[in-house]
Design a protein around this ligand. Structure first.
Ligand SMILES: [Fe+2]
Length: 164
């Protein structure tokens, strides 16, 4: 039987999904970072882990403000993307090519988060939850900025590569 029957329940589901995604990033980015070679890319990953931890805490606060616990849902998409980044490390020799592949995996994560935050923004606006909508908007913009930073890292890594 379906349990989600109104916008509030759907927003709670969205918050829980985002919470698990941020939790997965916060918990697993250290090992992703250990597989990166480029110092700038590694620094980005470290900053993204800190950002994810903070966003995770913000999502928990929003869930609690809605009278719900934040956990209990698995963000299958984000966790699969992190598996993909681990697989890149297992199959591609350490160095620029692995870093290039891993920027692709992490960009998928940022875009996944960006569109998920947009769903949360829309639902919060629908429900008149202005503070939550504003918080989600900041986080959506953070994901967008993070993706743009990864795009620049990708260009820099590729600029240092020969074609052979
Ligand atoms: Fe995030």
């Amino acid at each position: 039987m379906a349990e989600v029957e109104d916008p509030t329940a759907l927003l709670i589901m969205a918050v829980r999904d985002l919470y698990d995604g941020e939790s997965a990033l916060a918990g697993r980015l250290a090992s992703v970072r250990a597989n990166a070679t480029d110092q700038g890319f590694a620094a980005f990953i470290a900053a993204d882990a800190e950002r994810s931890t903070r966003q995770q805490e913000q999502l928990a606060a929003i869930a609690r403000s809605l009278g719900e616990a934040p956990g209990g849902q698995v963000n299958i998409w984000l966790r699969a993307i992190l598996d993909d980044a681990d697989n890149d490390a297992a199959t591609i020799a350490a160095g620029p090519l692995r870093d290039i592949a891993m920027t692709g995996a992490l960009r998928k994560a940022k875009q996944s988060e960006r569109v998920s935050y947009e769903t949360a923004i829309a639902l919060a606006e629908l429900l008149g939850l202005d503070d939550a909508a504003a918080t989600f908007t900041v986080m959506r913009d953070e994901e967008q900025a993070a993706d743009e930073a990864l795009a620049e890292i990708l260009q820099r890594l590729c600029a240092g590569q020969s074609r052979s």
